[in-house]
Every structure is written in structure tokens, then in C-alpha cells.
Write a protein that binds this ligand. Sequence first.
Ligand code: PEP
Ligand code: MG
Length: 312
Amino acid sequence: RRRERAGRVHGPGRTADGHPVKLLANLGALQELSSAAAADCEGVGLFRTEFLYLDRAEAPGLEEQTAAYRQVFDAFAGRRVVVRTLDAGADKPLPFVNAGDEQNPALGIRGLRTAARDPELIDTQLAAVAAAAAASGAEVWVMAPMVSVPREAADFAARVRAHGLPVAGAMVEVPAAALRAGAMADACDFLSIGTNDLAQYTFAADRTLGSLAALLDPWQPALLDLVRMTAEEGGRRGRPVGVCGEAAADPLLALVLVGLGVTSLSAAPSCLGEVRATLSEHTLEDCRALAALALAAGDAQSARAAVLDRTG
Ligand code: PEP
Ligand code: MG
């Protein structure tokens, strides 16, 4: 039944009462580009640029990066593309970034932290994004992964603007960033919650360990509380707050996220149809009631069960 419904609703995401929720695609390797561009979506909400360079011993140069980004922006002309700067780290080591000499790489120099150690890397990437953006018709936004404190977000935003790129954001993947979401939102133009890492760091549970899946469940009420704080503080300042982790791909959880105040959802293109169809059947008020139910639940399972019971 869901699949049938998913085929019937098209266009921009909205709730039954017309509240807009941008539905965007996650994009990794360029092999995914044509299916993402063909998908019914308003653009790319997470372009994982590190996926282009995972196997490299040497950093990609300006021209090579410009050509790759140009392909993506051209495919999304007239739509938004949120480019994430290189997110090298424990689960996605980039040989030209990670020295491999850390005892706890998930807590080490990863994501935006690599920019402080190697400014040329991020400046080359931003120059390539700017050159590709200038030559294309896409609306290019840029965001940094693994931002922990507002100062990092402000420095990143200044760096992005120095390259002539007008819109800079910070990912919220570390509990400290969610706890200071207001100051984070003041420091840049938008926030994007990465629920995969936010769950990992909130529950001190390695995201690559299947045996810890219950702790990493995005229905965990503590995780949802951090989403709520972030969306509320962003909303108070008129800043968009998206979710681009796996949580956004679950149609029922999408209702909860919207009820918590999230303004866009970015997921694998194949998941967007069901999310769109489910949203179209519930009002914003319904979503808020579902969010309250999930927040009040004692654990992930009962949060999901409560929402399922109310919608089903
Ligand atoms: C996340 O952490 O939720 C996220 C979207 O980024 P990645 O999965 O690429 O770390
Ligand atoms: Mg992440």
C-alpha cells in the first residue's frame, strides 16, 4: 500500500496542511549522480565529497576537483546542492589526510578539524567549489562536518565567504553543538543534523559496530531531544535546520523530525517517495503531537511503537 501511495504524490515535500519540508537527496560517488538527478527532489542535501577520493594517496588538485563538482552542479542546475567539505575520519579514512597515528580516530583530527592542521586542503576544495559554482546554475551551499563549538562554525563561514560562496553551514553531529545550537546558528547560515554521528557521540557507541545498533537507533528519545533543541534554536533565528543522517529515510521518523521543527530532510533518493507520501497524509499539528509522544517515550522501541500506533 505504501509503495502505491509513494507513486502518487509528487513534487516539493509538504504536510497535509501545506507546511513545506524540503526533500533532498544524499549523494556520494559520482556513479550515483544520474539517479539522484533524475529523482523527484529539490536538490542535494548532503554531497559527501570525500567519497570521490577515498582510495587516494595524494590530495586531488584544484582542477580535478572543479571538474567533479561541475558535473554535480550541472546535473542539478536550478536546484540546491549542499556540498559537505571533506569528512575524513575513522569510518572514512582518507590516506592523504589521516596520519593513522591516533588511538581513537573517531575522537581525533577528523572532519573540519583537519582544516586547522592543513588549511591548504580546505582552501583548495573551497576554491574548486567556488569555480564550479560560478560556472553552473545550481544554488550551492557549503557545510562543514564535525563542528564542535560556535567558533569553528564562525571561522568556517568566514573562510567560505572569502571564497565568494554566499551560504555556509555547520553540521550538528556532536552533542556540544546541539547544546549550543543557538550560538551555532548565529555563527553561520544554516544547520544540518547528521544523526549517524550525533547518535555515535551521544551514546558513546561506535557507529560501525552492528552489536551496538540498539544504542544507535535514531528513535532514541535522547537523540530526538538534541534534534529538538537544534531545530528550536535554529527556528528562533529563522535559520534552516535539516536532517541528513539515516533518520531522514524513515517515513515515520520523518514525521517526528518535522514535528520537532526540522525544515528539510535529505536521504537516499530511493527513500524520498515514501517520506513524501507519508508527510502528505499528516498535518504539522499531527507531526508535533507525534514528536511529543516520541520525546516522552522511555526508549527507542516504545517511541517507535507509540508513533506507529497513533498513525496506523
Ligand atoms: C551523519 O553523520 O549523520 C552524516 C550525515 O554524515 P556521515 O554519515 O557521512 O558521517
Ligand atoms: Mg557524519
